[in-house]
Design a protein around this ligand. Structure first.
Ligand code: BTN
Length: 298
């Protein structure tokens, strides 16, 4: 694969410019650098191999060559005017109420929905193009048969107080080498070819996932979006342990999502609680040209 061939494959999709790399540290880092340099809405970074891929909670994410999908999209809160004719994230029909549009004040509300956008896109592609029955393990894992085959990492970049862009990174295990060693995973992992029992063309899967993502993005604030998110939730009715960093694990029965995508749990006491994705932590991007910070969901 190369940039020109990928451009050809994705030419019918209303994406921004794309960059393909045989080998890269992390597509999220590259997309964040590109966003800082002015990449328009829906710019796409794809890598065949990542040498420093990462997941949530500072976990390492494996992307050996030739075996996985690893890509990141730059999503702008408002259209830069230079991208293709698409709905930027704040202008989706059935859009966010006016008072909720200052998303710089609401990262913890906003990132979960974009994380869900990535996870729903993978689920839709797997369902519609491969007849699989994926589910979302809240907040950001895609499971098939209760095993993880994809993860989503949404990060926000800031220009001072202003939300500049969200980098939406998606990794999908496709072939055997993409599965990390068992000792390193929190959830048992699998890969698309294992559940299908046949080889899979990674680039067709990328195309289907991006098509689904564009379709869901235009309905980001709609009731259908929330319903699809809720319908995809794994472990509904089951008792789970939830680890919130720095706290003792919480036990509860999964009830569903609230309207903002927080997880509703019934605690052993009978009390119902909702859990946000976690606190948002800021860290500076290396050598920023202006005061930009990378805001990583936890
Ligand atoms: C997780 O499950 O914790 C999220 C994994 C996200 C992995 C993807 S691969 C493409 C992008 N680049 C990264 O470094 N991470 C994301």
């Amino acid at each position: 694969m190369d940039t020109a061939a990928l451009q050809g494959l994705l030419k019918d999709l209303p994406l921004g410019p794309l960059r393909f790399y045989d080998r890269l540290g992390s597509t999220n880092d590259e997309a964040a650098r590109w966003a800082e340099a002015g990449a328009p809405d829906l710019s796409l970074v794809v890598a065949d191999e990542q040498t420093a891929g990462r997941g949530r909670l500072r976990r390492r994410w494996y992307t050996p060559p030739g075996s996985a999908l690893a890509f990141s999209l730059v999503l702008r809160p408002e259209s830069s005017g230079s991208g293709p004719e698409v709905q930027p994230i704040l202008r989706a029909p059935g859009s966010f109420p006016e008072e909720e549009k200052d998303l710089s004040k609401l990262p913890s509300k906003f990132l979960p929905r974009l994380t869900a956008l990535g996870a729903l896109a993978v689920c839709t592609a797997l369902r519609e193009s491969y007849r699989l029955s994926p589910q979302i393990k809240w907040p950001n894992d895609v499971l098939v048969g209760r095993q993880k085959l994809a993860g989503v990492l949404a990060e926000a970049t800031w220009g001072g107080e202003r939300l500049d862009a969200v980098i939406l990174g998606i990794g999908v295990n496709v072939a055997p080498p993409s599965v990390p060693p068992e000792a390193e995973v929190a959830t048992p992992a699998t890969f698309v070819e294992a559940v299908l029992g046949r080889p899979v063309d990674r680039w067709n899967l990328l195309r289907s996932t991006l098509a689904a993502l564009l379709s869901w993005r235009s309905r980001l604030a709609s009731p259908e979006f929330w319903q699809a998110w809720e319908d995809s939730l794994a472990f509904r009715g089951e008792t789970v342990y939830l680890q919130v960093e720095g706290q003792a694990p919480l036990e509860g029965q999964v009830l569903g999502l609230d309207q903002e995508g927080a997880l509703r749990l019934r605690l052993p006491t009978g009390e119902v609680t909702t859990l946000q994705i976690g606190e948002v932590r800021l860290r500076p991007v290396d050598s920023p040209p202006r005061s930009t910070k990378l805001d990583r969901e936890r």
